[in-house]
Ligand binder design. Structure first.
Ligand code: MG
Length: 258
């Protein structure tokens, strides 16, 4: 009986030691810096504290084209494209848009667009089921490069959201020409909260009458909104500058158990 008790105690101690061994605290040894604390928005879709507010319903001072009118707190496309005064590289972008109710079809149905780095268009169009156009030109497409994974459109007239992550391309430019694409651009798009474009590798600038081709441009470029002849409305536009890549900091020491 006594032997059985001792055996039980020995097993409990052995299991305990094993558990301690399993739970050892592994560390990478990489010298990460502390992430900066920001204040998230209290409202859904609102700007966090480190965002640049590009349009808040009243102020258009961040925009070059002052001919776009403000109607009921919305910035309305008209009188040419509009670009931000400030230039950006890699960004997180939030904006809300509403396409006027219309009885048009194809590319005439409420066309506008969001051009990252003024070159790479995420299409805005009335693509609610029932409307039709070529799939890589419908709402949420990377224009003439790839369709959205799903059609997440709301009806024309309703407010919709885009949340976009854009990693700018890195190019080696010599004498005004691209010598080498060091890294292509990548884009991820959420439409009305749904992922529709997942880390798409951009094949180049988007265009109507030419295949996607990279054109030399500066690292930092304005954000551009398209005027395609339809008074598409925009509101709550904010942008965050983000790191250009996910390169790890230096390996400070070999991985270790803490
Ligand atoms: Mg467009």
């Amino acid at each position: 009986m006594r032997l059985k008790k001792l055996l039980t105690i020995a097993i409990v101690i052995a299991v305990g030691l094993c558990a301690v061994a399993v739970a050892r605290d592994w560390r990478s040894g990489i010298a990460w810096t502390e992430p900066k604390a920001i204040t998230p928005s209290e409202t859904l879709g609102g700007a966090p504290s480190d965002a640049i507010v590009l349009f808040d319903g009243k102020d258009t001072s961040e925009w070059e084209n002052q001919k776009w009118k403000i109607v009921d707190g919305a910035l309305v496309a008209g009188n040419g494209d509009n670009r931000t005064k400030k230039k950006f590289g890699s960004v997180q972008l939030h904006l809300e848009f509403a396409i006027p109710a219309n009885n048009k079809n194809g590319q005439a149905a409420g066309n506008s667009g969001v051009y990252l780095s003024s070159k790479y268009e995420v299409q805005i169009l009335d693509s609610f089921p029932g409307k039709s156009t070529y799939f890589d030109g419908q709402c949420g497409s990377i224009y003439k490069q790839r369709p959205p994974q799903v059609n997440a459109c709301k009806k024309a007239g309703e407010w919709q959201t885009y949340d976009i992550v854009f990693n700018r391309p890195k190019m080696q430019i010599e004498n005004g020409k691209i010598k080498k694409i060091i890294r292509p651009a990548y884009i991820t798009v959420f439409h009305n909260g749904t992922l529709i474009i997942n880390h798409h590798e951009l094949e180049g600038a988007t265009g109507y009458d030419n295949k996607p081709t990279y054109e030399p441009h500066e690292d930092l470029m304005p954000l551009q909104l398209q005027d395609h002849g339809t008074p598409v409305k925009f509101r709550n536009i904010w942008i965050r500058e983000i790191p250009d890549d996910n390169t790890k900091p230096k390996q400070e020491r070999e991985p270790y158990y803490n």
